[in-house]
Design a protein around this ligand. Structure first.
Ligand code: FES
Length: 72
């Protein structure tokens, strides 16, 4: 789950290459996969590496001060 300027977005943390968990690299504003170096941008799109597809998005809904996340 990422907090943007005006909202939140959420993506699966499972790399689309072989299933390792990606980590958010704040300074670079990218998701990095530690296994084979796939890189995804802040919208979950593949930037580089062996990942064959973008990170699947999750639906996000804010109600008051609570953020709900559900698989799409
Ligand atoms: Fe993420 Fe291979 S599992 S790059």
């Amino acid at each position: 789950v990422l907090r943007r300027k005006d909202d939140f977005v959420a993506y699966s943390a499972v790399c689309t290459h072989l299933g390792c968990l990606v980590k958010w690299a704040g300074p670079q504003k990218e998701f990095l996969c530690p296994c084979h170096a796939a890189v995804f941008d802040a919208e979950g799109r593949v930037v580089s590496g062996p990942a064959p597809a973008d990170l699947p998005p999750y639906r996000v809904k804010e109600i008051g001060e609570v953020v709900y996340v559900a698989a799409s």
